[in-house]
Write a protein that binds this ligand. Structure first.
Ligand code: C2E
Ligand code: CA
Ligand code: CA
Length: 452
């Protein structure tokens, strides 16, 4: 049964009630400013009038660490601060500009441009300067930092949400760079693509849809294989094969590299067991697994490796971890401690992509690494470039003094192979010897190469 409550109102009362309701929906009760819906409405009106012109910008302002202030000092202080910020921001507005509170700790300014984009940069600088003066609240003085991003109206813009979203994309970047940032055309679709790739990658990891291929690392002198590098592959159900150069950065940025890295470790150990079973005896071969900086920091590698060892009975001497030069340099103390515990388990460590980061030879002494992988970029020019040869020679000789073995990546031609042999590099990897191979082909290649 439906009951209707009839409230007798005359016409004027009804109009007043409606307008109060509308005010409530469109305004933020704390600051009295237009809220997100109200601000969007203002934008929609302007877009309708100014469509196709470059006469409007939207600035998005975020109060850095506002939630911490709210949590530690209470919402009364937080509210007072928001009101003071709103008041200050109002003071930068020129006639025709509009301010709104577009999120808990975010404000938006709709700016009319009289002198093109220089107006926005000018306003952003004024806002930064204004915010740098501490706020005098009832019981305390407080400084707040803000991030600023903005977007410009152009003929792509159909609805207010586009302009606001663009400003917030720029704002997100501003939080990372600590500079005022402007939205770049096309950024939203790149982000959308990245986001959907991230969603698909998450599902692929959960469903076990990734697989590893194995590229031999061998002695260029006798062609004997000492190790295989495990490289992740993803065959997307609609996009087809997605290159690691595309999905690894997405995994790094989203944190998915941690479960992906664990999977790569477990999967490599599983492959070792499969190979041993096929051979009928325990092979003397390592698999080199890539470990990202985030994994090094976030995952408890010692625990992961101890668990894997306990569950599978596989020895640490079947694994090498490849840590990039930049990861080691970024977290030196953490890296050294992880390297030491890995060594206790018999696991070896390679410094990957050497020469692409800080490239300081003296740093090599700091890290107790076993191998150094000289980056492919050196090899590309080896046949023509005397400097590349000189650098490779210096790296090899320094490594040899420190009892570190060198592996040269990306050997594609017999000339490159000859040069690295003349330079005395220990091991090589590259398409000249073999491309990364599926599990079964890799073991067949190994059996053929290491027969005696
Ligand atoms: P990386 O660790 O430097 O791996 C070597 C890359 O060089 C591989 O590319 C390999 O296929 C390629 N390569 C090997 N020899 C040659 C050659 O002679 N010429 C050329 N042009 N390329 C060669 P891939 O498989 O596309 O992997 C790219 C990167 O993705 C890897 O670079 C690594 O940083 C990352 N990656 C791949 N799998 C994983 C993983 O399981 N975990 C993590 N953290 N990163 C991974
Ligand atoms: Ca590697
Ligand atoms: Ca590498």
């Amino acid at each position: 049964m439906t009951c209707y409550l009839m409230v007798p109102v005359d016409n004027t009362q009804a109009v007043e009630l409606q307008s109060t309701m509308r005010m409530k929906i469109l305004r933020d009760s704390l600051t009295g400013l237009p809220n997100r819906i109200g601000f969007s409405r203002l934008l929609d009106d302007v877009i309708l009038l100014e469509k196709g012109t470059a006469s409007v910008a939207v600035i998005a302002i975020d109060l850095i660490r506002f939630s911490r202030i709210n949590e530690s000092m209470g919402s009364v202080v937080g509210d007072e601060l928001l009101v003071s910020v709103a008041r200050r921001l109002t003071s930068v507005l020129r006639p025709g500009d509009r301010l709104g509170r577009i999120g808990g700790d975010q404000f938006g300014i709709l700016l009319s441009l009289h002198h093109g984009t220089s107006d926005v940069w000018h306003a952003a600088r004024r806002i930064k300067a204004l915010m740098s003066t501490p706020f005098n609240l009832t019981n305390l003085k407080m400084k707040v930092n803000c991030a600023i991003g903005f977007s410009l109206m152009d003929d792509r813009i159909e609805v207010s949400e586009d302009l606001l979203r663009d400003a917030q994309i720029a704002l997100k970047r501003a939080k990372e760079t600590d500079h005022v940032e402007v939205y770049n055309v096309g950024e939203a679709s790149v982000l959308q693509k990245r986001f959907s790739l991230e969603t698909d990658l998450r599902r692929a990891i959960d469903n076990g849809d990734l697989h590893l291929v194995y590229q031999p690392i061998l002695s260029p002198y006798n062609k004997k294989i000492v190790s295989f590098e495990a490289l992740a592959r993803w065959n997307h159900e609609t996009l087809g094969p997605v290159s690691p150069a595309e999905f690894i950065p997405v995994a790094e940025e989203s944190g998915l590299i941690v479960p992906l890295g664990r999977w790569a470790l477990e999967s490599s150990v599983h492959t070792q067991q499969q190979w041993d079973k096929q051979a009928g005896y325990t092979l003397r071969i390592r698999i080199s697994v890539n470990v990202s900086a985030l994994q090094l920091m976030r995952d408890n590698l010692t625990q992961v490796m101890t668990d894997i060892k306990k569950q599978t009975g596989i020895n640490g001497d079947r694994l090498t971890l490849e840590l990039t030069e930049s990861a080691l340099m970024r977290y030196p103390e953490q890296s050294i401690s992880v390297i030491n515990t890995m060594h206790e388990l018999g696991i070896k460590i390679s410094m990957d992509d050497f020469g692409t980061g800080y490239s300081s030879l003296s740093y090599l002494k700091t890290f107790p690494i076993d191998h150094l992988k000289i980056d492919r970029s050196f090899v590309t020019n080896l046949a023509e470039d005397k400097t590349a040869i000189a650098i490779t020679r210096a790296i090899t000789s320094m490594a040899s003094t420190l009892s570190i073995k060198t592996i040269v990546e990306g050997i594609e031609t017999p000339e490159q192979k000859k040069i690295i042999m003349d330079l005395g590099c220990d091991y090589a990897q590259g398409f000249y010897f073999s491309r990364p191979l599926p599990v079964d082909e890799a073991i067949a290649f190994y059996m053929a190469s290491n027969r005696n």
